[in-house]
Design a binder for this molecule. Sequence first.
Ligand code: IMP
Ligand code: MG
Length: 205
Amino acid sequence: IQISDNWPGYSLDLFTYPQHYYGDLENVLIPHGIIVDRTERLAKDIMQDIGDNDIVVLCVLKGGYKFCADLVEHIKNLSRNSERFISMKVDFVRLKSYHNDQSMQDMQIIGGDDLSKLTGKDIVGTGRTMKVLLNNIEKYKPKMIKVASLLVKRTSRPDGYRPDYYGFEIPDLFVVGYALDYNEHFRDLNHICVINDHGKAKYRV
Ligand code: IMP
Ligand code: MG
């Protein structure tokens, strides 16, 4: 799903969201219900492609935890209602690279012991994070690696990485909610929203 640069988003007044974020957001870019519905379709596409292979879902924390959990839930439900049951293992890695809304040079990968076959991720911004992670996973020579990311940003940067599955292509804006954070804030917001200048200043570190 393409969200164009001139899409104004939904007015915040049309939805509910935590009171502690009143005044900090510009608009609702993607309401929670649409995120969940789109994720269900990604789960179906993934199921179709993996055939009879077992999978290891590698969730990229912290921003990917909501997407990963919903994706796994949908894969479970779809596979329960079909003939073939897909066996799934789940593992987690943590990556950290952002400071305020800027991608930082040094990146840490923490955790993850069972790296193979599939990854579940929150957002591909510049694509730098994903490339570092993939370089690390490829060392384990998995039979197949597929990357699922909820969001892909239209950045002007040339090293743009494209995941195998993604939910939405969005403008090059800093977004929060559905586990995506700005300096650890806004993870407790259900919708994906655009943060405003007031919000950025309030939670700047
Ligand atoms: P990249 O290396 O620029 O692709 O950044 C990827 C990571 O940065 C993601 O996994 C997110 O954790 C974080 N990130 C990038 N853009 C945003 C954003 O708009 N909001 C919140 N986090 C973001
Ligand atoms: Mg972050």
